[in-house]
Design a binder for this molecule. Structure first.
Ligand SMILES: *[C@@H]1O[C@H](CO)[C@@H](O)[C@H](O)[C@H]1NC(C)=O
Length: 224
């Protein structure tokens, strides 16, 4: 009893002393290291500051601008994607895209989606696209993504209508070209938001198709 009591006391003293030594060395070490891992603090702060941008844009848009990202289809395999203000309007996952031209209309003031539709440009009725383009309301933004073949059924009237939305390349759009575009009804100038790649067997990325195109940007909200 007595021996074990002494042993316990000794053990307690030993524990207290080692704890004290440990705490001392730990604290002094801690004092020194507290200024050391600054990169840690910085990276933590950075992580907090990383804000996910709308549509995954490389830079966020200023106030009163809409964020958008349009990807054309890849060959005839992967469908296109149209994102506007972080809302994926058209995509293979949504199962509302098709070969030809994929077009979404958005209210240029509110950013609300008006409609979305795809037009078969290989074997479809071009009159459907003509009618659709003629009926685009004033103040609407028009987002277009090609998939597989946007050109075979293209006619002069449709080229004219697409050009009036601000397109520079609608005039030459042809079989299996890649095309992404954002325009607006009665745009006075050419839209800065457009990319075009001609189907060219010499430079095509895929067997029979040029590379897919991605277009992202910030389009100013139209304030009346
Ligand atoms: C856009 O929304 C505004 C406000 O609701 C409305 O007045 C205007 O007619 C709409 N324009 C289009 C093209 O839908």
């Amino acid at each position: 009893m007595r021996v074990s009591g002494v042993l316990r006391l000794l053990a307690l003293i030993f524990a207290l002393v080692t704890t004290w030594i440990f705490i001392r060395s730990y604290v002094s070490l801690d004092m020194k290291t507290i200024r050391l891992p600054r990169w840690l603090a910085v990276s933590a702060a950075k992580k907090i500051r990383v804000v996910k941008t709308k549509c995954g844009l490389s830079k966020p848009c200023p106030n009163d601008f809409f964020a958008f990202k349009i990807s054309s289809g890849a060959a005839n395999v992967v469908g296109p994607t149209v994102c506007f203000e972080n809302l994926v309007i058209m995509s293979p996952v949504k199962n509302n895209v098709g070969r030809g031209l994929n077009i979404a209309l958005v209210n240029g003031t509110t950013g609300m989606v008006l409609t979305q539709k795809y037009f078969d440009m290989y074997s479809g009725d071009i009159k459907l696209l003509e009618k659709f383009l003629q009926e685009i309301p004033e103040g609407a933004l028009v987002l277009v993504a090609s998939y597989d073949d946007p050109g075979t059924k293209m006619n002069d009237e449709t080229r004219k209508l697409l050009s009036s939305l601000g397109s520079s390349y609608a005039k030459q759009l042809g079989f299996r070209d890649s095309w992404v575009f954002l325009g607006a009804k009665n745009l006075k100038d050419k839209s800065p938001f457009e990319q075009f790649l001609k189907n060219n067997p010499g430079t095509n990325k895929y067997d029979g198709w040029p590379e897919l195109l991605e277009l992202e940007g910030c389009v100013p909200r139209k304030v009346f």
